[in-house]
Design a protein around this ligand. Sequence first.
Ligand SMILES: CCCCCCCCCCCCCC(=O)SCCNC(=O)CCNC(=O)[C@H](O)C(C)(C)COP(=O)(O)OP(=O)(O)OC[C@H]1O[C@@H](n2cnc3c(N)ncnc32)[C@H](O)[C@@H]1OP(=O)(O)O
Length: 250
Amino acid sequence: MTNGDPSTDDDRQTGLVTYSRTLLAPAELARRDRAYAALTEAVRELCDAQLRTEVDLEEVGAVAAEVRAVTARLLTSARERSFGIELGHDGGAREHGNAVLGLRNPFACAVGARAMFWDDRGARATLELGALYEGPPGCVHGGVLALVFDQLFTEAAAAVGQVGMTAELTVAYRRPIPLGTVTVDAWLEVVDGRKRRMHATCHDGDGNLTAEAEALLVLPRWLEGSDAIWPKRPPVDALDGDVSLDPSVT
Ligand SMILES: CCCCCCCCCCCCCC(=O)SCCNC(=O)CCNC(=O)[C@H](O)C(C)(C)COP(=O)(O)OP(=O)(O)OC[C@H]1O[C@@H](n2cnc3c(N)ncnc32)[C@H](O)[C@@H]1OP(=O)(O)O
């Protein structure tokens, strides 16, 4: 099966997962990533503007027609299926379609080298959750936060080499979370065979604890002892700047 992108190769299928591998040279890959990231950011800005605009209805109709024309231009050459996991030259994950951290997903809120951090204890995300993520008026949607927790658990487990899929996820919402900056920390607590018990916290921009979550991740039976590749995460020192991931530090 092909994803319709001539720049990648489907090189292996493991259990449920098909990996593709890029055929592009690193410099060309970086150039493409920059271009697509800029497009994603432009679309994200468009979504936010569309939500908040108060221009007159004639203008709304004209903009809708222009947006449809732009969509048609993008679809003149497009993948046939979702992005999946593309492995970069270093084995790093290029999950550009991921709903939380995908470089090419305008819905993703944890994008950019400064949004997500990994270290030998777990993972941290510092996010800007604006009007697009609203639930209660002026506050972050509880389901959006559950989504972020779910991803962070996967990231924390991968960071400490104890990967697994989410079998259970429980969120305790302690206080409403104002739209704006939120910081989520996730870490591994207990390993029991193929089961990993995880914990996470969410703090708002003023440092208030707003929610906590627990998850059970299970290394799937089909993955145990297989040669499946769990994509690498960049070590924190590969990122620019000094970042602490101590979950007690907010
Ligand atoms: C190579 C792959 C690469 C992927 C890259 C990903 C990149 C990141 C993507 C980002 C994604 C973001 C995150 C996402 O979106 S992850 C997506 C959401 N999650 C899923 O889709 C998971 C769907 N479920 C499954 O695949 C299987 O059921 C799993 C893998 C979970 C277990 O199936 P498996 O057949 O392997 O397990 P087992 O039956 O041998 O049981 C083993 C042990 O586990 C215990 N147990 C099992 N289930 C539960 C449960 N629900 N509650 C409590 N306990 C449970 C069970 O009692 C037993 O314990 P014990 O009796 O030994 O004590």
